[in-house]
Design a protein around this ligand. Structure first.
Ligand code: A2P
Length: 341
């Protein structure tokens, strides 16, 4: 029998992540019948290239999804909140990259290497949430350790690329860097402070408990994906002047004693992970290694000398690919193959 093919839509196709979603789809073997590109009314009239064709950008509307099987959204939280239920009502399954639905108990939050079984929960609301970029790469690296040694506590500090904020932030880092190197005044529009040659311990809004929303996303989403609310998590998220790829220093306390060798062996065999850990030869993952590819890179694996059950890791991934577009396309692939075929 011929493989079933699907009508797919990308909402937010003109944005940084939406664009990458199209590239990931082009590279994938997703059984695609047609692709509809949606964005705001501002982009109507634009055409985007896909597999040699020029596809028109249409305005995202409440009735855009009547003939669509799967819609991948990356057009901001407010847009998802409003339009995803209309898509679901028309029988389309939404894979949403925003934070709007992630903590809804009736919406699965999925990283295919970690909890693909959760995809079945899409039947409740017709929506599947793609986790926060920093959370995705961390849980890919931690899942094998969690399954084998248990995890009591996670302490993570992130070094996040500006592309996570969108195209405007990529331009701002470029423009500010050029201005600084030419000794001319720089403009500041996206972040509250200069990002060029600086680090901002501030991602998303500050909350009453002193954490930022980004930090609390890492806390809550990690527990939801690993399906274990007993894991203690604390995070400090920092924006750094890097264009692509987030890096993370992760310290974990396991339930049982662990060795660096044991963790290295485990991660070397795990899906979606490439271990790069040869400090003697200056081999460790860097943002420039991760950018443009789909693996989560892990290195600097070492025993935490302050805790018999502790391990330290350095985890790097492309925030626009595995942290957003790739993960969403992988979810759509499992959905198509295992649930909608
Ligand atoms: P547009 O380009 O027409 O503004 P980024 O995260 O890189 O800033 O991209 C955001 C994406 O979300 C863009 O594709 C943008 O479309 C889209 N978008 C933003 N607001 C809306 C909206 N109200 N309706 C539809 N698409 C939207």
């Amino acid at each position: 029998m011929a493989e079933k093919q699907f009508n797919l839509a990308v909402a937010g196709a003109t944005g940084a992540v939406g664009n990458q979603m199209m590239t990931c789809l082009e590279e994938s073997d997703f059984p695609l019948k047609s692709l509809k590109l949606l964005a705001s009314s501002r982009s109507v009239g634009r055409k985007l290239r896909f597999r040699g064709d020029e596809l028109p950008v249409e305005e995202l509307k409440e009735d855009s999804f009547k003939d669509i099987d799967i819609a991948i959204f990356s057009a901001g939280g407010g847009t998802s909140e409003h339009f995803a239920p209309f898509a679901a009502k028309d029988g389309c399954v939404v894979v949403d990259n925003s934070s709007a639905w992630r903590m809804d108990p009736d919406v699965p939050l999925v990283v295919p290497e970690v909890n693909p079984h959760a995809i079945a929960g899409y039947k409740k609301k017709g929506i599947i949430a793609n986790p926060n970029c920093s959370t995705i790469q961390m849980v890919v690296a931690l899942n094998p350790i969690y399954r084998n040694f248990g995890i009591r506590r996670i302490v993570v500090s992130t070094y996040q690329a500006v592309s996570g904020t969108g195209k405007k932030a990529v331009d701002e880092l470029f423009d500010q860097t050029r201005s600084m190197l030419n000794f001319i005044d720089y403009e500041k529009n996206v972040y509250p402070h200069r990002i060029a040659f600086n680090c901002l311990p501030h991602i998303d809004k500050f909350l009453e408990n002193g954490y930022t929303k980004e930090e609390m996303k890492m806390v809550n989403e990690t527990r939801k994906i690993l399906e274990d609310d007993s894991i203690a998590v604390t995070a400090t998220t920092v924006r750094v002047p890097v264009f692509y790829s987030h890096s993370e220093a992760v310290n974990i306390e396991c339930e049982k004693p662990v060795t660096a060798e044991g963790v290295r062996e485990l991660l070397s065999a795990a899906p979606g992970i490439r271990v790069m850990d040869d400090p003697a030869n200056n081999v460790y993952p860097m943002a420039i290694d991760a950018a443009g590819q789909d693996m989560t890179l892990v290195g600097r694996i070492r025993k935490d000398i302050s805790n018999p059950n502790g391990i330290d890791l350095w985890v790097v991934a492309d925030n626009i690919r595995k942290g957003a577009a790739t993960n969403a396309v992988q979810i759509a692939q499992v959905l198509a193959k295992d649930y909608l075929a």
